[in-house]
Design a protein around this ligand. Structure first.
Ligand SMILES: C[S@@+](CC[C@H](N)C(=O)[O-])C[C@H]1O[C@@H](n2cnc3c(N)ncnc32)[C@H](O)[C@@H]1O
Length: 290
């Protein structure tokens, strides 16, 4: 993230989720109730955005794959949000921290527990401005926390406490679509802070896998992401092998780390689908517990 620039990828991720919600066939894997009014995106705008993505995807291999590459690109954001939502409701935890929240705030409207949306100051202000512009009320349990957690990860818990977070109680941390923008040192520094929270604390996160392990549609999605114009202001800085990252998390204070890779993600959420939506193997998710 560069000072003075709000995250464009936060908007891009939200648009991908909205495209799925509005344009993909039923059943919808993840519903995001606020993104359309916040970004003022009607069906036509989403259809135009999708056509643009499919046109870009044509550059990555045979044109017949473009529709599947664009579909897999949106599953990259849709499935991580769904996986996280399911894990949160299974956890029974009573406070949520969204690290690099962007516009993925839907848990706040689905639960009464306090939700702390931590984001880079420029992005956080932009998100609050969107609520104001749209005249949408902010859920009472949603607290916006401005901070750059790569700059001072040691300040994360004290800063959260100022907003009502209870550091002596376990929490559910969500860290989606953020790791690639941090160096592995910054990833592990933040993981150590979360790993220092009370037993029972959980972390749901996703990351890009090394490009040597990508194949087929996943490889095209990965290359499309790497070549995106967003990389100028938000370059990728880390890729992680799931097994290696699990080990690193265990060394950061977690007692359990389970990865969910493309095959399992598809089996969990896409097995009954006939529309070809699938999670790309350029990414993976982890659920870890302290
Ligand atoms: C790709 S967006 C993902 C947003 C959201 N989690 C989602 O899944 O839609 C990356 C988010 O990470 C935030 N971010 C990146 N680096 C950050 C940092 N060092 N400190 C705080 N936020 C950061 C950006 O502002 C942005 O909201």
């Amino acid at each position: 993230m560069q000072r003075g620039h709000r995250s464009a990828t936060a908007e891009f991720s939200a648009v991908l989720r909205a495209i799925h919600m509005v344009l993909d066939p039923e059943p919808c894997i993840f519903v995001d109730p606020v993104v359309q009014p916040l970004l003022k995106l009607d069906r036509q705008a989403l259809a135009t955005a999708l056509q643009g993505q499919q046109a870009t995807a044509v550059r990555y291999g045979d044109p017949q794959y473009a529709v599947r590459v664009a579909a897999s690109l949106r599953m990259f954001t849709v499935l991580r949000s769904r996986f996280t939502r399911d894990a949160f409701f299974e956890s029974g935890l009573e406070q949520i921290v969204l690290l690099g929240a962007g516009l993925d705030l839907s848990l706040a409207s689905e639960t009464d527990v306090p939700v702390f949306a931590v984001d880079h100051p420029d992005t956080s202000r932009w998100v609050r401005g969107l609520f104001a512009d749209a005249g949408l009320p902010v859920d009472n349990n949603l607290h916006f926390v401005e901070m750059d957690f790569a700059e001072r990860p040691d300040l994360l818990l004290p800063t959260l406490a100022e907003y009502g977070f209870q550091p002596d109680k376990p929490a559910f941390f969500v860290w989606l679509g953020v790791q690639p923008y941090l160096t592995i040192e910054h990833v592990l520094q933040t993981a150590r802070v979360v790993g220092s929270c009370p037993a029972g604390t959980q972390l749901a996160t996703d990351f890009l896998t090394p490009d040597t392990s990508w194949s087929e549609i996943g490889e095209r999605v990965g290359k499309l992401l790497q070549d995106s114009p967003h990389r100028e202001l938000e370059p990728f800085k880390s890729y992680s092998d799931p097994a290696a990252l699990k080990k690193q998390l265990l060394a950061c204070g977690f007692t359990m780390a389970r990865s969910v890779e493309a095959e399992e993600a598809d089996a969990l959420y896409c097995s009954e689908r006939t529309d070809g939506l699938s999670y790309p193997n350029c990414a993976a998710m982890i659920l870890a517990e302290v």
